[in-house]
Design a protein around this ligand. Structure first.
Ligand SMILES: *[C@@H]1O[C@H](CO)[C@@H](O)[C@H](O)[C@H]1NC(C)=O
Ligand SMILES: *[C@@H]1O[C@H](CO)[C@@H](O)[C@H](O)[C@H]1NC(C)=O
Ligand SMILES: *[C@@H]1O[C@H](CO)[C@@H](O)[C@H](O)[C@H]1NC(C)=O
Ligand SMILES: *[C@@H]1O[C@H](CO)[C@@H](O)[C@H](O)[C@H]1NC(C)=O
Length: 357
């Protein structure tokens, strides 16, 4: 796909700029040269990809279904929007990059970092001490910030909002971390435990940020044109409005557009061709065909699809599992254009999509 390519092009741009000029726009750059830069580049790229994948999962049955490409495309093509949805994209991508770098570090993939052992041996609480390998989120945070935030080079309110949402994404990693412990003591009596902090499953980070998306706050920025040349004045106003919002909350500037209709320059596909489910497990799923197709003036078409999966798995001594491939025919449902001339059903469309983009 184009996604990683574009992201990587951006990275290379950063790389070479860095290479040419001996100073880098971000002051406390931990790395000392292009070699170090390239060490992290693959992790950053796969982290951004992880974020987009999670976004696709979280929004599978929403009209808006995440960009195909990783973020920051929008920064370069001149059209930038700061909607509730782009706030999520910034947060989940920043989180994905921090998460992947932190994991890489714990797995020993990177030479110059390892577990966070700063508290090892210290008393943690009643009956436990710090031990084991705590995920080094500080490292992940440092490096990811330098890659992801550096892409935001504007000085306008959108740049400020994007940076805020990047930070909210990184804080989601912190907020979902948990303590894991191991028992010690005579015959597993667990009289003393050693504990460490570990990253949650990335799915949990996605669930957490999805909730933040639902609760996202619109920032009211003074739209009156600033007196000519008085940008600083505007920035002051923005800083004041941002100041009242917790760093963990997502913020946006513009209302969501109608995601039914494709607008490629803004990076969304419309709902034509999207899959929906007829027999869902909950109300949200059950209403998905109505939401994605009918509310968008499309009809639902049924298609017979062959799904190949593993089956009849047998365990062979020792130690392999052998499976057969089974083909199953299932019915799937998709949104399709109505034949021309027929009036689309769009009775409740506006009402619905304003509530749930
Ligand atoms: C970090 O992890 C990701 C996926 O988990 C992987 O694609 C990437 O290559 C790793 N980076 C390094 C430097 O090993
Ligand atoms: C992260 O960056 C801060 C300051 O930028 C520095 O003090 C700290 O040592 C860094 N931590 C790691 C783990 O690299
Ligand atoms: C896409 O959105 C932009 C910005 O709102 C608008 O100018 C443009 O006309 C839209 N394009 C289509 C094809 O709707
Ligand atoms: C769909 O709904 C909108 C807004 O309610 C209305 O303006 C439009 O005419 C409708 N379109 C059709 C084709 O009926």
């Amino acid at each position: 796909t184009m996604g990683p390519f574009i992201f990587f092009t951006t990275l290379l741009h950063m790389c070479c700029h860095f290479h040419r000029a001996s100073s880098w726009t971000v002051n406390n750059f931990l790395m000392t040269g292009p070699k170090a830069f390239l060490t992290y580049a693959s992790s950053v790229q796969s982290g951004a990809q992880r974020g987009i994948q999670e976004c696709k999962h979280q929004f599978a049955l929403h009209k808006w279904n995440c960009p195909e490409r990783t973020l920051h495309m929008s920064t370069h093509n001149g059209i930038r929007s700061a909607t509730r949805e782009t706030s999520f994209v910034h947060a989940i991508s920043a989180a994905g990059v921090m998460y992947t770098l932190t994991k890489n570090c714990s797995m020993g993939d990177l030479e110059n970092c390892g577990c966070d052992d700063s508290r090892i041996g210290q008393a943690g609480g009643k009956g436990w001490i710090w031990g084991g390998c705590s995920d080094n989120v500080e490292f992940g945070e440092n490096i990811s910030k330098q890659f992801v935030d550096a892409l935001e080079n504007g000085h306008d309110s959108r740049a400020a909002v994007n940076l805020h949402n990047n930070e909210a994404g990184r804080l989601a990693i912190m907020a979902t971390m948990r303590k894991a412990c191991k028992c010690h003591g005579v015959s597993g009596s667990c009289s003393i435990q050693t504990c460490w902090m570990q990253l949650a499953d990335f799915r949990e980070v996605g669930n957490y940020l999805k909730l933040k998306h639902e609760q996202a706050k619109k920032l009211e920025v003074d739209k009156r044109p600033a007196r000519v040349g008085n940008i600083a004045d505007n920035r002051g106003t923005l800083a004041r409005s941002l100041g009242g919002i917790a760093k963990t909350e997502l913020i946006y500037l513009e209302d969501s557009p109608d995601y039914c209709i494709q607008n490629l320059s803004l990076g969304y596909q419309g709902t034509e061709g999207r899959e929906c489910v007829k027999r869902g497990r909950n109300r949200w799923e059950k209403k998905s065909c109505r939401r994605l197709c009918h509310e968008c003036g499309l009809k639902v078409v049924e298609k017979r699809v062959e799904v190949v999966s593993s089956c009849n798995c047998k365990f062979h001594w020792c130690c392999t599992v052998k499976c057969q491939k089974c083909t199953q025919t299932v019915m799937k449902f998709y949104c399709a254009r109505r034949p021309a001339g027929r009036k689309p059903h769009n009775k409740s469309r506006r009402k619905h999509h304003m509530r749930r983009p």
